[in-house]
Design a protein. Structure first.
Length: 131
């Protein structure tokens, strides 16, 4: 993913060093680890995060990754339901599988609610701007 995303960001006019940083930020768990991956200081990373083009690219890429994750959750929701249904008839159901399926289904439902709220918010913002 990383190389393709950097290339796409660069094609959209973002300097390569910023594209690498944006990709590292999405993949990393902390600013420090993203900066380390890019061989820059934390101060430089913080400064780059204030640049409008870096902020916009980071927001766009984070949103894309989030939407991909929602898609993955939707795809496994059916498997989670099947697992829970099968557990109803199992003589010795696997507690770990049941718990994992329950969590996946719960998170999938939560993400669906978040998506719906996000959609409604966008519609409301468009309505307010239209007035």
């Amino acid at each position: 993913m990383e190389q393709a995303k950097k290339s796409e960001l660069a094609q959209n006019g973002l300097e390569q060093k910023y594209a690498r940083f944006v990709t590292a930020m999405v993949d990393a768990s902390t600013l420090t680890s993203a900066c380390r991956k890019c061989n820059i200081s934390d101060d430089t990373g913080r400064r780059w995060l204030r640049l409008p083009e870096v902020k916009a690219a980071l927001d766009a890429l984070s949103s894309e990754v989030f939407n991909q994750d929602i898609g993955r959750l939707k795809r496994v929701a059916g498997m989670a339901i099947d697992t829970l249904i099968a557990a109803l008839s199992d003589e010795e159901p696997n507690p770990a599988r049941i718990r994992a399926a329950s969590i996946l289904l719960e998170k999938s439902l939560e993400m669906g609610k978040i998506q719906e709220l996000e959609k409604r918010l966008v519609e409301l913002e468009a309505h307010v701007k239209g007035k």
